[in-house]
Design a protein around this ligand. Structure first.
Ligand code: ZN
Length: 437
């Protein structure tokens, strides 16, 4: 059984020491994949024995693993015997079919350690009380990861999950949590609700944001991020992870990008041709999680677009930091030649007073998203018109998207249509269909 024990001194290793440790762990990881994973046994069959001296070079020579590779060969990726599997979660596949991701006891310990490192980096201590507003069930791994991470820090967790504003308000009033973990657009609604109900929340010191970006590409808070800070009077941190790689990147107290946990993953950012991007250049996030047993991966293409920064951080860590997620590669729209991700439009709408909720419908022509429309619901006294909304989007995203205003019920039903586990605000329709909004 591997030991995952937090050590503050190992958080601030030099770049050289980090590289040495990664090289050794990577060599062990590639050999584990070759020995235990039927999928990687084939891919790695002709490479020489991997040592720390050549593990990075060998990794660079291996092919990427895409979500389609996973979906098409899911059983081939399982590297542990069935009797060692302790948890099965589901990740959303590229076609929407969920993919089972298996975790061993060791993987769950690793999961706890991973979040422990992330939470300590952003200043969580055993004295904190943390309210979870994301789901623990529905086969999600994230809620479990946060819970295990809080436990590993030695703090207390309150698992209220996907509950109503009223329910969260009651718990906030009675339990006075110091940290809340949740989706920024929900935390905005919750903060406004507390203010409207005159419920005190000045004991909430930090908001750990998941799923939606709160920073711009310069890692400074975006307008929605700043609004969240002033609404709550709390500091905003963001965290990013995926079910397949169970490796999180969480802002430290310097709050300028999510640190890589060097002993748990290798990070690459690649361009459209698979070549490495340098620091500050946007590309696809590729992760090789280290020390995984159940479903180990090599060079996993997450489909998320971001960039990394490698200057020494004010917090003392030398590990690279991952910037905010600009969007999903599959959701990249090219409107009149300008690239735009839904998140940019969402950020703009989040910052627009009077918008209650929203979604985007994009039209696909041979896989290219070149037309899109925004549908919003607005409060009665907002004074917002479709022209004003389109203008604001044009100013923020450099593209003009037609907007439609619809009653809240209709917008809500579209967003929560079906049995999705989280709000879906981006829809792709076939190019031959009319954009129905
Ligand atoms: Zn830092």
């Amino acid at each position: 059984m591997k030991q995952f024990i937090y050590d503050r001194n190992r958080e601030i290793l030099s770049c050289g020491a980090i590289r040495d440790e990664q090289a050794q762990l990577l060599a062990e990881h590639i050999e584990y994949c070759r020995a235990k994973s039927p999928y990687y046994a084939k891919i790695c069959k002709d490479i020489p024995a991997v040592t720390a001296a050549d593990s990075f070079d060998i990794l660079a020579s291996l092919p990427f693993t895409s979500k389609d590779d996973l979906a098409g060969n899911i059983n081939q990726f399982v590297a542990a015997p069935e009797c060692d599997i302790r948890d099965i979660a589901f990740s959303s596949g590229t076609t929407g079919a969920p993919l089972p991701i298996v975790y061993t006891e060791n993987d769950l310990r690793r999961l706890a350690y991973n979040e422990q490192k992330a939470f300590i980096a952003c200043g969580m201590t055993p004295l904190d009380k943390i309210l979870l507003t994301c789901t623990m069930d529905r086969c999600f791994i994230a809620g479990l990861a946060y819970r295990e991470g809080v436990r590993a820090v030695g703090a207390a967790v309150i698992r209220n999950g996907l509950n109503s504003l009223e329910s969260h308000a009651g718990i906030i009033a009675s339990m006075k949590p110091s940290i809340i973990i949740g989706v920024p657009s929900f935390l905005k609604k919750l903060g406004k609700f507390l203010d409207a109900e005159k419920i005190d929340h000045n004991f909430v010191k930090k908001l750990i944001c998941i799923g939606e970006p709160v920073r711009g590409n310069d890692c400074q808070l975006s307008l929605p991020g700043s609004l969240l800070e002033s609404l709550w009077g709390a500091r905003v941190y963001s965290t990013y992870a995926s079910s397949e790689t169970i490796t999180s990147f969480c802002d430290c107290e310097a709050a300028c990008g999510g640190h890589l946990h060097h002993d748990l993953a290798i990070l690459e950012i690649i361009d459209d041709n698979g070549n490495p991007c340098g620091p500050g250049v946007q590309g696809e996030v590729v992760i090789t999680p280290l020390q995984m047993e159940g479903m180990p991966l090599l060079r996993f293409k997450t489909g998320d677009i971001s960039q990394y920064f490698d200057e020494q951080c004010a917090c003392g860590r030398s590990t690279p930091r991952l910037g905010p997620i600009a969007g999903r590669k599959q959701q990249m729209m090219k409107i009149n030649g300008t690239t735009v991700y839904p998140e940019t439009v969402f950020s703009c709408l989040e910052a627009l007073p009077g918008i209650i909720d929203y979604y985007i419908t994009a039209r696909s022509n041979d896989g290219h998203l070149e037309q899109a429309e925004v549908t919003v619901s607005v409060s009665g006294d907002s004074g917002l018109t479709v022209e004003k909304i389109s203008n604001r989007i044009a100013a923020a995203a450099r593209v003009r998207l037609p907007a439609a205003i619809k009653p809240y019920d209709q917008v809500y039903q579209r967003i929560f249509y079906g049995a999705s586990r989280k709000p879906v605000r981006f829809f792709i329709v076939d190019g031959r269909e009319e954009l129905k909004g």
